[in-house]
Design a protein. Structure first.
Length: 227
C-alpha cells in the first residue's frame, strides 16, 4: 500500500489501478466538474490524459491518508527503514501523553460493564492510573540512567485495561467452574441424603416383619433342638 501511495505522489498514477471503463467514466464526470469550475479548455478539448492529470491533481488535493503508529517496540523503526517516505513525504505529528483526567475517563469507560460497585470501580481506576503514571516516571528515570528510550504511550494504557479485563474474565470463568463443581457436589449430597432417608424409611417399615421373622426362627430352633 505504501509503495502504491508513493507511486501516486511521484508518478501521478498507480499502474492498473483503474480499468479502461473506469477511466472513461472518470473522464466524462471530470468534464462536467471542469465546466463548473470554469476550466473550459478541459471541458471542450481536454484529452483523456489531461483529464486524468486533472483527476490526479484533485486526488492529491483532497485525499489525505493518516497513519497512526505507536513508538513502542521496534515495529515503527522497522517500518521507517523499509519505507523512508514515511519520514520524507509525511507530516509527522507527535501526540503527547494523556492527562490524568483522560486516563480516568478511559478506565471508567472500560469498567462500565464490570459487576463492581462504584466505590470498587473508582479504586480500580485510581490503581490503573497509578500503575501508568509510575511507569512513565520509571521510563524517564531509565532514560536518564541508561540513555535508552522506553516509550509508555496511551496504547500501553489501553493494553493495561484490556489485560485487566482479560484477567478478570479468566478469574470469573475459574470461579464459575468452581461454583458449578460446588453446586454439583451439593446436589449429589442432597441426592444421597434423600436416598439414605428412603432406605431408612424402608428399614423402619420392615423392622416389625424382621422382628416377627426372628421370633419364628427362635421358636423353630427350639423345636428342632427339642426334637
Amino acid at each position: 500500500m505504501l509503495e502504491d501511495v508513493n507511486n501516486l505522489l511521484n508518478q501521478g498514477e498507480i499502474p492498473n489501478l483503474f480499468g479502461a471503463d473506469d477511466k472513461i467514466n472518470i473522464v466524462e464526470r471530470l468534464r462536467m466538474v471542469a465546466k463548473k469550475e470554469g476550466r473550459y479548455e478541459l471541458y471542450n478539448v481536454g484529452t483523456q490524459d489531461r483529464l486524468l492529470d486533472y483527476f490526479t491533481s484533485k486526488v492529491k488535493k483532497h485525499l489525505h491518508i493518516v497513519l497512526a503508529m505507536s513508538p513502542t517496540g521496534s515495529a515503527l523503526g522497522n517500518r521507517i527503514r523499509n519505507f523512508p517516505s514515511l519520514v520524507n513525504c509525511c507530516t509527522i505529528d507527535w501526540f503527547f501523553a494523556w492527562p490524568k483526567e483522560a486516563l480516568e475517563a478511559v478506565a471508567a469507560k472500560y469498567l462500565e460493564e464490570t459487576p463492581f460497585d462504584d466505590q470498587l470501580k473508582n479504586n480500580i481506576v485510581n490503581m490503573c492510573n497509578t500503575f501508568h503514571l509510575n511507569t512513565i516516571q520509571l521510563s524517564e528515570q531509565f532514560l536518564q540512567e541508561q540513555q535508552r528510550h522506553t516509550y509508555v504511550t496511551p496504547t500501553s494504557y489501553l493494553d493495561l485495561m484490556q489485560m485487566f479485563l482479560k484477567l478478570l474474565e479468566l478469574q470469573r470463568d475459574k470461579l464459575y467452574e468452581k461454583k458449578l463443581s460446588y453446586e454439583g457436589g451439593i446436589e449429589k449430597l442432597h441426592t444421597t441424603a434423600e436416598q439414605v432417608q428412603i432406605m431408612q424409611q424402608e428399614l423402619n417399615d420392615k423392622q416389625p416383619k424382621l422382628e416377627e421373622t426372628e421370633k419364628e426362627t427362635i421358636e423353630l430352633m427350639q423345636r428342632i433342638t427339642k426334637e
